[in-house]
Design a protein around this ligand. Structure first.
Ligand SMILES: Cc1cc2nc3c(=O)[nH]c(=O)nc-3n(C[C@H](O)[C@H](O)[C@H](O)COP(=O)(O)OP(=O)(O)OC[C@H]3O[C@@H](n4cnc5c(N)ncnc54)[C@H](O)[C@@H]3O)c2cc1C
Length: 374
């Protein structure tokens, strides 16, 4: 077992923090805690940093939170493109949701690259999966799969859906498939044809779909199906095509169908959505959770990353003004109250029976999110 003697950052420090996970939330946590005066090292299980998935929908809330982390002057680097101009039902009619805030789309890799550059590659170590931790009177020892360990004053578990930190903190909190069943197919591809203005269609059988152009000129489409329990084992492209029929009435030129048809078979990514059960606490001693590790939810709310970035900001804010113990108490109380409301919005959206009803609830949620950015 090798003891690693430093977590990096040449700054006058209020203490040392190890962040488990170099996803968006881990990287944002590193920035936020550094602003609070801590020396921070990010430790990532994977051999390199690679955002999975394709595009990410962001709201004004996301932009506000990134600005609060000090990234305001660099936000042009992520080239957030306007996403959906409107919302349609299967007849093609526009759903009247005049107060729906505008959304934007970014390439996940581009946002991740910005965050890595802001944190500094020298402060991130890959191939370092956290497997255990142990607290003692003077701090916490964090143990890695390769047998190494290092000491710190605080461990932030931002290690995602299947967080090792969470399952040690709260035994029995393993992730599970979303109870109501949620399946997502998506792809990014070169596509020269006209993509129109970009509409999200809320279809029959709780199916939704959209296609939009990304900042690098490529085309991104997504098709989501709620309310179907069990795995969908068929070929992903064929399964997506089978469901796209829920989005239009009789028009075989429907744009999303055309784009799916043009997608190479092996470019279609399919996933069945898994979630983290609601947890009774977010911290214990010198360990605290953030992002999907604490609250991975069904992505029909389109804001898991946004909320995780908010976690990072709130955690840093509380640590800036308090000692570790009081800061974590305050952070936990704030987050539990916040996510109680997020879950209520998410449930209301999932239960909406008509496209118009869904959009009204979606709009209410996004307005609430934007208005209550931490
Ligand atoms: C289909 C889909 C669509 C979505 N769309 C949107 C959207 O449009 N807008 C939005 O805001 N959100 C969206 N989300 C949610 C969003 O993707 C997540 O909330 C967000 O990526 C979570 O970031 P994270 O950093 O918490 O976790 P992750 O991105 O999962 O990062 C966790 C990191 O920890 C690492 N790790 C794991 N275990 C360990 C360990 N033991 N030690 C060290 N490192 C470890 C992992 O390798 C990973 O790099 C969507 C989710 C899905 C599934």
């Amino acid at each position: 077992m090798t003891y690693l003697s430093t977590v990096g950052n040449d700054v006058k420090s209020r203490g040392r923090v190890i962040v488990a996970g170099a996803g968006m939330v881990g990287l944002c946590s590193a920035l936020s805690l550094r602003r609070a005066g801590f020396e921070v090292g990010v430790r990532e299980l994977a051999p390199g940093i690679r955002e999975t998935g394709a595009a990410l929908g962001v709201w004004q809330h996301t932009i506000t939170e990134l600005e609060r982390l000090g990234l305001g002057s660099r936000l042009s680097e992520i080239r957030a493109e306007p996403s959906f101009q409107g919302f349609r039902d299967p007849s093609g009619a526009l759903i009247d949701v005049s107060d729906m805030p505008p959304g934007r789309t970014v390439l996940r890799q581009r946002l991740s690259a910005l965050l890595v550059s802001a944190v500094g590659e020298e402060n991130i170590r890959t191939g370092m999966g956290v497997v255990n931790y142990a607290e003692d009177e003077s701090g916490i020892a964090v143990h890695y799969a390769n047998g190494d360990y290092e000491r710190a004053d605080l461990l932030v578990g931002a290690d995602g859906l299947n967080s090792r930190v969470r399952t040690k903190l709260i035994p029995g909190s393993e992730s599970h498939y979303y109870e109501d069943g949620h399946h997502v197919w998506r792809a990014v591809l070169p596509f020269d044809g006209d993509l129109g203005d970009g509409y999200l269609t809320i279809g029959r059988e709780r199916t939704r779909g959209a296609v939009t152009r990304l900042a690098d000129g490529s085309c991104f489409w997504v098709l989501a199906q709620l309310g179907l329990t069990g795995e969908v084992a068929g070929d992903p492209k064929q399964e997506a095509l089978a469901r796209v029929a829920n989005l239009y009435d009789g028009d075989s030129e429907f744009l999303l169908r055309k784009v799916i048809m043009a997608t190479p078979q092996d470019s279609v990514i399919y996933s069945q959505v898994a979630v983290v059960p609601e947890i009774p606490r977010w911290k214990d001693g010198r360990v605290v959770l953030a992002g999907d590790a604490a609250h991975a939810m069904s992505p029909h709310i389109g804001s898991g990353a946004s909320l995780g970035i908010e976690d990072a900001h709130v955690l840093g804010d509380r640590l800036m003004h308090n000692d570790i113990s009081s800061a974590l108490d305050s952070y936990e109380a704030d987050r539990i109250a916040r996510y109680k409301l997020v879950r209520e919005h998410a449930k209301a959206m999932a239960l909406a029976e008509t496209p118009a009803d869904y959009m009204e609830r979606f709009s209410r949620f996004v307005n609430w999110l934007n208005d209550t950015a931490a």
